[in-house]
Structures are given as C-alpha cells and as structure tokens.
Design a protein around this ligand. Sequence first.
Ligand SMILES: Cc1cc2nc3c(=O)[nH]c(=O)nc-3n(C[C@H](O)[C@H](O)[C@H](O)COP(=O)(O)OP(=O)(O)OC[C@H]3O[C@@H](n4cnc5c(N)ncnc54)[C@H](O)[C@@H]3O)c2cc1C
Length: 459
Amino acid sequence: MRVEQPVPTVVPERHRVAVVGGGASGVLTALQLLTTSGDSALCVTVHEASGVLGRGIAYGTSDPRHLLNVRARHMSAFADVPSDLLDWARRAGRDPDPQGFLPRMEYAAYLQDTLASVADHRLTISAGRVDDVVAVPGGFELRTRDRVSTAGTVVLASGNQAPQSLTVAGADLAGLPGHLPNPWDLGALRALPADAHVVVVGTGLTAIDTVITLLEQDPGRRAVMVSRHGLLPFGHIEQQSTAWVTRVPDGPLTADGLALLVREQVEAARAQGVDWRNVVDGLRAPTPSIWRRLELEERRRFLDRYVRDWEIRRHRMAPEVAECIDGYRRAGRLTVVGGGIADADVRGTRAELRLPALAEPVVADAVVNCTGPLTDVSRSEDPLLQALQARGLVAPDPLRLGIDTTPAGEVVGADGAVVDGLLAVGPPRKGTLWESTAIPEIRTQAAEVARLALARATA
Ligand SMILES: Cc1cc2nc3c(=O)[nH]c(=O)nc-3n(C[C@H](O)[C@H](O)[C@H](O)COP(=O)(O)OP(=O)(O)OC[C@H]3O[C@@H](n4cnc5c(N)ncnc54)[C@H](O)[C@@H]3O)c2cc1C
C-alpha cells in the first residue's frame, strides 16, 4: 500500500474515487473498488484521520476481551465468500469456531490484511482529516488542514459520531470531577484507582465494553450502569440454528402491526422449539423493505414505542460477555438501574449523583458517557459534517438518524435532489435503511456503492 503519494496528474478526474474515512466502511468500499475494477487507471484514495485503516471505533479497541457481537461466520468482508474471515484466521494459525465471537481487535487486522492483499498502484492512503468537500466542475475538491485534492466521486464513510454530551436537567456534566466523555479512551479507564466506584451512563453494548474493561482489571472496582430504561442487551446463545424464516406480509405496514407479527412469530417458533432469536434474525434480510413500507409517521411510532425492545434483542452480547456481566451482578460489583440521573454535584474530587432508582446518592470516581453516537447531524460538531451541511451537500434525514440518501447510497442534498457523485456507506444511512451499522449490511452497501462509483468513473 502506498502512503501519501500524490495521485499522478495524467489520471483523468473521473477515474479518481476518494473515500472519506478508513474504518470498516471505508476499507470494505476500497476493497470492492479494487477487486471489481479491471481498470488499471482507477485511483482510489482513502482519507483516514488517524492514518491507520480498518480500526475505526468498533475495531480500534486494545482490549482483547471486547468481542465481536456477530458470529465469525457472518463477518466476512465479502457477502459472496462467507468463509473469508474464517479462512484468514486459519491462515494465521488459529482454529476459529464459525459460531464463535472473535476479539474485535483481530477484525481490524483481518481488514488490514485483506486490503493489503489486493492493494497496488491504484490505492493511496492519505493520513489526515478531511475538513471540507466542495463541488467543482467534474467532481469535488477535498480539503484537509494542509492539502487540497480532487476526485470525480466521493464516498462518505465517516462512520459513527462522538456521543452527545451528558446533561442533567439541561446542565452539561462536562465540568463534573471524573467526567470521561469518550468511552473508547481505554487508557483513561485503566488509569482509574484499583478501588474506583464508577457510574457508566448507558446500558448498551458500548457500556458493556466499558464495564468489562473496568471491572476485569481490578477486583476492587465497582460500577453502576444507568439509563432511562435500565435494560441490558440480551445474550446470544451458544449454538443457533438458522432454520426459521420470518414471514412478513406484502403491502403497507404499521409499527403496531409489525410488533404483533413479531409476537405471533415468536409464539409460533416457540411452539416448534425454536428460539425467539431466530425470529429476530429472520427479519434482518427483509428489514430494508419493511422500513421502506412504513410511512414516516409509522417509523416515528416505532422509534417512540418499540425501538428499545427491538435494539436489546437485535444487538446481542456474545455469550462469554453475558456470563461475565451476570457474574459481576451476582458478586455485587455491578448494579444496573433505570430512571436516569436526577441530579449531579461535586463532592471534593469526586462526583455525587442522585439516581431515582437508588436510595442513596452514588459518590463516583468517574462518570463515563456511554450514551452512544450522536445521530442528528444538524447538532454535530464534526467540521466536515458542518461544512457539508452549510454547502447544502448533505442534509439530515427526516428522522434525524443520519444523512438523507437514496436506498442505493446516493447522497440527497438540502434541495432534495441527488448530489451527483457523492455517495455514502455505513451508519449515516440508518434513517433510510434502519439496519446500516453492522458488517453484513455494510459489506453489501460497499459493493453497491463501488458499482455506482465505477460506473461513473468509466462513463
Ligand atoms: C463499540 C462497537 C462495537 C461494534 N461491534 C460490531 C460487531 O461486532 N459486528 C458488527 O457487525 N458491527 C459492530 N459494530 C457496528 C459498527 O458500527 C460497524 O461494524 C463498523 O465498524 C462501522 O464502521 P465505519 O467505518 O462506518 O465507522 P467508524 O468505526 O466510526 O469509523 C469511521 C472512520 O472514519 C474516520 N473519519 C471520520 N471522519 C473523517 C474525516 N472527516 N476525514 C478522515 N477520516 C475520517 C474516523 O477516524 C474512523 O476511523 C460495532 C460498533 C461499535 C460502536
């Protein structure tokens, strides 16, 4: 792989594809561009703020106890070669269980090795954050702090945004002692005292990671996880058959109708000795079509009424992780509560939080923000998203779950029209597709977007 080589000027503009973001989405897109293009004049530049590809937030963890939450057999980089990750792991001398859950940091190595195996003169890696993208005749200009480059097509693969800041009754908790705004800063978690008492705000998969890193390191540490609902994700089961086909009727759908359908299917599955997880997983493939068939008001009703119940069943913990969490709770080291935070104050060098679910206030050495990535791009502090919105090149989707795109991944601008040559992959497409964050969906998007980019490059 070449690093920071200037693109030869003889390459026509339209043959240049810039991918902004080198996490999983960016790498999967670059892989598809390089493996499906027979065009040796194609130039693919991946711009990655950190300079290191394949990691992003999910796979950049340095804690080997952070496991994938999707089975290894579903995590191949290529939908049409399901064994690719397993084959890579075997080549690396491991004996992977196709039904098992690999450490997430190994997945970054897999993406890096896979990209390296197809990289040639067509690929350039540009270390640095893209701060602005400007439409110019024939394509786009990409601006970083110290460089300007051009491309005929730009793929936005900038991924998950930072969590929104923690507030209690409108007051920002940033000034609270021990406030840790970035849950993925494992150094800060590890540096806490061996007997630290920590409040983890959030009860999703990021909060679970945080608790694992905190409590595994020192047996004297304790944690309280708190969210509005206080619900933890369910665990995967060890072996899961894939025999169940979840039937979804044709035609328009409503959120209530969908909830009823899932309940009926779960009952039907149970009567045949099939676990509810198969019903949930059986809905994964038809999800884009289901989401399309829900009117905007029905999507809103789903978000208001059903989203929490869906998320904790759909995004599950690896069985080993679920066992660990149960163990901490049984040992009295971990408390999980709903009801949110009523009040927060300073107590010397520590924070004092009043949680309505607990009789006594919690005096904490640290308060970790695990509320999950901000999705509303209109409130984002990301310079690129701000610049793109100011130029009208991107706009929030109607539900403010990401940016507006067509189902195929073409970005829709503020004027409601497709922005020619601007494409998107990954989490920002959640508003259009609903399922848009995990590898099985992202690899399919990457293949579609690469096809669009190549068609444009060779037009
Ligand atoms: C903690 C966690 C665990 C997960 N575990 C799994 C799992 O086990 N299995 C699964 O299928 N999915 C998992 N997911 C879902 C995950 O979102 C996707 O699998 C995938 O990692 C998303 O990758 P991404 O590249 O779109 O985003 P990100 O991981 O957010 O990466 C975006 C990258 O773009 C770069 N970037 C952003 N803006 C710019 C810019 N302006 N200029 C240059 N570079 C930029 C960032 O530096 C970053 O490297 C997990 C998600 C999280 C948060």
